[in-house]
Design a protein around this ligand. Structure first.
Ligand code: PMM
Length: 273
């Protein structure tokens, strides 16, 4: 049941090249202003990233990534905002935690940096372990599946075993199917339609469908990432209904409105307000 309300994680990419909002928030002040806007629009958490993960993207230097995110995280935390840091690097995660980030969103689920698990274990923050097979420059070469739901579930289960063996409290681990990461269009829908297969692993589950390419296949006119916002909101509604803990989105207000509908719908069904 989608109660308590599914959370909204607002995307704040402080990068010149992310696929839908890259280049908008390179300046620190602009990034902070957008983080505040996300909060005002209803985001429960603002997810600050300093390295693009779009298919084909090249890695940025660790120092550049840290310089991009640290002042933004610090400023948003000082405004009372719950901040997560979107990074695969332990050093970057540690730097963000030091200035108040309470959640690390690691698209590699700990596979990219063997030091990540010990940082999470030592600091005790929440940790999103996303399903991942390779960095962006190679991820599209690793998109073959027999049974995508069973394989993603199995690979995430293996990550949970490794992460808990490294000392992370299992209650801190949040799982994410990694839509669009080493997954071609049609492989994303079974993961959404069978979200319960991931939820049954016993962890909170986050979903990041926002503006992704696979949504372009079901909409009237796919003029690019922004044209996918209504489809994103439909996924938010259905994911919340299926029991997702959070959705990671660019348009926080649309997500909050959709989640208001889900809550009202379920509240009325129980005979409440
Ligand atoms: N997708 C992107 C980046 N970070 N984090 C999680 N947990 N889940 C995702 O699906 C995810 C992510 C890529 O999208 P962006 O370039 O719009 O941030």
């Amino acid at each position: 049941m989608p109660d308590p309300r599914c959370l909204v994680i607002g995307v704040l990419n402080v990068t010149p090249d992310s696929f839908s909002d890259g280049g908008r928030f390179e300046a620190v002040d602009d990034a902070i202003a957008w983080g505040l806007q996300l909060r005002d629009d209803g985001a429960d958490i603002v997810d600050v990233g300093g390295e693009s993960t779009r298919p084909g993207a090249e890695r940025v230097e660790p120092a550049v990534e840290r310089q991009r995110i640290r002042p933004v995280v610090a400023a948003l935390v000082s405004e009372g905002i719950r901040v997560s840091v979107d990074t695969t690097r332990a050093e970057t995660a540690a730097a963000a935690i030091e200035v108040g980030a309470g959640l690390v969103n690691d698209v590699s689920g700990g596979l990219a940096d063997s030091a990540m698990a010990s940082v999470i274990a030592a600091t005790g923050v929440d940790y999103i372990a996303m399903h991942w097979r390779a960095h962006s420059d190679r991820m599209d070469d690793l998109d073959a599946y027999g049974d995508v739901v069973a394989e993603v579930r199995g690979e995430l289960e293996a990550r949970v075993a490794a992460l808990t063996a490294a000392g992370i409290d299992p209650a801190r681990i949040i799982l994410d199917p990694g839509l669009g990461f080493s997954k071609v269009g049609q492989n994303n829908w079974p993961l959404l339609a069978n979200l319960d297969a991931l939820i049954s692993l016993g962890h909170r589950v986050a979903v990041g469908a926002s503006r992704k390419r696979f949504l372009g296949g079901v909409i009237t006119r796919d003029d690019g990432p922004l044209a996918r916002d209504d489809a994103t909101t439909a996924v938010t509604t259905l994911a919340a209904d299926a029991g997702a803990w959070a959705v990671r989105v660019h348009d926080a207000r649309a997500a909050r409105d959709a989640l208001g509908v889900v809550s009202a719908w379920h509240g009325a069904r129980r005979g409440g307000g």
